[in-house]
Design a protein around this ligand. Sequence first.
Ligand code: G1P
Ligand code: ZN
Length: 543
Amino acid sequence: MTVTHVPTTAFSDQKPGTSGLRKKVPVFQQPRYVENFVQAIFDTIPEREGTTLVVGGDGRYLNRQVVQTTLKIAAANGFARVLVGQGGLLSTPAASCVIRKHGAIGGIILSASHNPGGPDGDFGIKFNTANGGPAPEGITAAIYARTRTLTEYRIVDGPDRDLDALGTTRIGDMTVEVIDPVADYAALMRDLIDFPAITRLFAAGFRMRFDAMSAVTGPYAKAILEDTFGAAPGTVINAVPMEDFGGHHPDPNPVHAHELYDLMQGADAPDFGAASDGDGDRNMIVAPGLFVTPSDSLAILAAHAHRAPGYAAGLAGIARSMPTSRAADRVAASLGIAAYETPTGWKFFGNLLDAGLITLCGEESAGTGSNHVREKDGLWAVLMWLNILAATGRPAQDLVRAHWAAFGRDYYTRHDYEEIDAEAAKRLMDGLRARLAELPGRRIGDLTVTSADDFRYVDPVDGSVTEQQGIRIGFAEDARVVYRLSGTGTAGATLRVYIERYEAARDRLERPVAEVLASAVQAAGELADIAAITGRSEPSVVT
Ligand code: G1P
Ligand code: ZN
């Protein structure tokens, strides 16, 4: 085996964001761009000699090519074995599962999650550590630092590997095992979820629709829902992963999964609707006539988790990202367990999960998960719902309404202002920050500000501090507004404004969301001067 040391110069823009390095495809197509970043990752794993690495991605444009490059660089960097998903595919949660199950030192996951794919779309490279979770801040900072000083990468020459045939080959001293991307994941689900009960549910005529959005979850959902549970053929739609996701935006929300959403609002709605995103870590849950917000979904799963065999012993605690509604906190309080509030991004759940402080966690951005892996897991959330529906025998919409009746309802919406000018976005956040001290006591419309701060997180496990994680404004009327800038966008800046209001009165649980939140939305715009600073009178996406 000949290892070539290829001289290179650093790129200045390889700083990982909320979820790995994410850029437009042409950026990754620059000569040496991928090689540099992968080498920088490997340089931060000094103990890599003789270990196992996992490689796979969501199948988007460049996926296969970058898998091949990664294999050749891995062989030149001393790894003993690489496990790669057939066709170069592994959903993000499945990659996490494979890393943990096979004792890998980490994994390279190729994905830009829910961002569009194709030659003009986005691509991304994430590194997950031995616990199966996204690399923590310390490691991503080290990777970034390394990208700035890199002068060479090491690579093995040779032909591309066949990624489609299962089995073992070698590149030099390194073993390459092409594995079934579904098998380990499906086995884990079988341990956690009551498969026989769900099989009986489908046998009794239960109907569902799962939209895989032409992304990576198709093969997983087909194998489990149709082939294992016996759901009717065609239950899983858009089931074949495509390099450009069929031209769609693989983000499971009512805007981008509107066909499913519309179906579920119609007269012929099946009993349950669900979707997942590009790399399979996000989920959307829709009951007939009723969209379930991700914040509510987390709370409902927490309240019923004991019905699934993997959680029969109860939950240790629950965590949610700061902008996620407080619905899960109410369940935690009723269960007498701890509730944690973390910054946005799954990596902040890792320490809490590893330390056994929490069992379930979730984000408002359609992410729900548990201690079974160290990523959010779209299909797992769907299977948990099915388990609960099978165990209770109640329709999904009844469960949601019963939950509101028991805990009250956190009306919730998120307004995204996409691709705004980065300078303007910074000015808006700086302006808010400068006024935090003077806001409490201020009256805006029918609301009164009671608190205003910039979220600062102290990790309860390792004491690490993360500053400036979003501006929180609390109101006396049990409403809340949160502002933060996206860390995953690839063009300009994206301002996210999260708006919620709690309602416990029995006769006020089924009001139109927009109406309940109107005054808080108004206040959010005025407090931050959104229209004047961004030049936008309306958000680009409302979810
Ligand atoms: C977004 C979501 C966040 C999620 C991340 C990765 O990040 O808001 O909850 O963890 O994608 O899926 P953002 O673009 O807001 O930084
Ligand atoms: Zn994703």
